[in-house]
Write a protein that binds this ligand. Structure first.
Ligand code: GSH
Length: 206
């Protein structure tokens, strides 16, 4: 089978999630650069891979995929290596719930409303940031409540939930408001400190 290809840019939260999963599974892949925010946008041919024009998309043999959750689940299931999804149905359901809440509630508030607005825009829209903080606090509190005892979100097994949350928290923490909110949730702060030292994370940061 050919080497998988991941289309996207390293700055993207979602591309990083896919890269982390590929790294944890020790799957070699080619990163094909697609800069969605380039002045001219993505090249026209990219619409055949992602009808909604976002990154990442993924190709493996005859299979093409978009939507990060579909990509990460496929990589976990199609390749050998340590499984990143619990077998047990309740733990698996909680993992899927966490991934769903990250997409629906964490990405817009933590990444766009707080990180992008504080760190990438000048001047920042203070109202937008202030309005997002209660939602961000609710996201962190909910993650902390759902987290099971043990090093990772689901307990002793590192799962797709950890790897989905990591890049979002990484950006959020770069905003002073984000760092301060994370400090209010010690369980998550400790989890983050563990995650950022994993080889997969460090290999993407360098
Ligand atoms: N639901 C998509 C979201 C992907 C997404 O939002 N990617 C961002 C980069 S992190 C993007 O392509 N943004 C470009 C845009 O919104 O125009 C997934 O899970 O892959």
């Amino acid at each position: 089978m050919e080497t998988p290809r991941l289309f996207g840019a390293k700055y993207s939260v979602y591309v990083r999630i896919a890269q982390l999963v590929l790294a944890e599974k020790k799957v070699g892949y080619e990163l094909v650069p697609i800069d969605i925010f380039a002045e001219d946008g993505a090249p026209d041919w990219y619409a055949t891979l992602h009808p909604f024009g976002k990154i990442p998309s993924f190709q493996h043999g005859a299979l093409t995929l978009f939507e990060t959750s579909a990509i990460t689940r496929y990589v976990d299931e199609a390749f050998e290596g340590t499984p990143l999804q619990p077998d047990e149905p309740v733990a698996r359901a909680v993992m899927n719930q966490i991934i769903g809440l990250l997409d629906a509630y964490a990405y817009p508030s933590l990444v766009w409303d707080v990180f992008v607005e504080r760190c990438e825009r000048s001047p920042s829209n203070e109202e937008r940031i202030a309005a997002a903080l209660p939602r961000a606090r609710l996201v962190l509190g909910t993650l902390s409540r759902l987290k099971r005892e043990g090093p990772w979100m689901l307990g002793n097994q590192l799962t797709l939930a950890d790897l989905h949350a990591g890049p979002m928290l990484e950006y959020f923490k770069r905003a002073p408001e984000g760092a301060a909110l994370l400090q209010e949730v010690p369980l998550l702060e400790k989890w983050w400190a563990r995650l950022k030292h994993r080889e997969s994370f460090r290999s993407l940061s360098s």
